[in-house]
Design a protein around this ligand. Structure first.
Ligand code: SF4
Length: 265
């Protein structure tokens, strides 16, 4: 455990046909300026590795081929590399992945564990939030764009260029002007993200950012449109890399001769 204790009632693993979500971490002590989570969910707690592995074994025995490890701030799990190695090597498991992981939690040891775990999917979701250094500082994200780029370079060095990097982009944070927004657009293109989840900032009462001045609504609306269309283009570009290639999917739906499912990326 880190700080507090693991509460079994916090387990949250809705099962889909092919994928199970296994929560192994809760709480956060990072205190991004816009986020209420550290106040409401409390200090970070890690699920005991043996318990998590046993749960994962039960999931695999039930016939589910893919496990997604989740947490409020998954990177704060105190033994994440061990968890990756042990769950990733469960007999019968076909795929392991993370729901989302803060970029600053992706260190050499974790990348090493992922690289050596064959079942780990070549996909990481790294929430960026902004591509402008002054906005990132106001958000208290704990990295600069230069630091973020270093992390993604390391990831590609270790896990290969085919890896799908997806992200979250927050539009309209206090202090974001046109120039800062354009930097974000350029940055998400430069990094070459695949899927970008775009959403507009909304203040959470009780956070520091809620006391800051937001950009005018009409500007935010226009930025949202531009960010969404950039996200669509990036996603199309990433997906088009796979046209004509044979890839393994886990089938989730079959309707009128059309088969849908997720690849490992
Ligand atoms: S955004 Fe994530 S890292 Fe930041 S305070 Fe909230 S839970 Fe923690």
């Amino acid at each position: 455990m880190t700080g507090g204790s693991w509460d079994e009632l916090l387990l949250d693993r809705p099962r889909l046909h092919t994928r199970a979500f296994l929560k192994v971490q809760d709480g956060c002590s990072h205190f991004c300026s816009y986020c209420i989570v550290p106040y409401v969910r409390g200090r970070p707690v890690s699920r005991n590795v043996n318990d998590a592995v046993e749960e994962a074994e039960r999931i695999v025995r039930s016939g589910c081929p893919e496990i997604v490890l989740t947490g409020v701030h998954l990177g704060l799990h105190e033994d994440l590399p061990v968890l990756v190695r042990r769950i990733g090597s469960i007999e019968g498991l076909k795929r392991l992945r993370f729901g989302s992981i803060e970029p600053f939690a992706v260190d050499g040891e974790l990348l090493d564990a992922i690289a050596k775990t064959e079942t780990f999917c070549r996909h990481l979701h790294l929430p960026l939030q902004s591509g402008d250094d002054s906005v990132l500082a106001a958000m208290r994200r704990g990295y600069t764009t230069g630091g973020f780029r270093e992390i993604t370079d390391n990831i590609r060095d270790k896990l290969g260029n085919e890896i799908h990097l997806s992200t979250d982009l927050m539009v309209g944070f206090p202090g974001e002007d046109e120039e800062a927004f354009e930097k974000s657009i350029k940055f998400i293109k430069d990094i070459g993200f695949g899927k970008v989840h775009v959403f507009n900032y909304s203040p959470r009462e009780g956070t520091d950012a809620a006391l800051m001045q937001c950009p005018p609504e009409k500007d935010v609306r226009k930025r949202m449109e531009r960010a969404l269309s950039t996200a669509e283009t990036l996603h199309r570009d990433y997906c088009s890399r796979w046209i004509g290639k044979e890839v393994e999917i886990l089938v989730e739906e079959k309707t009128e001769g059309i088969v849908r499912g997720l690849t490992r990326n």
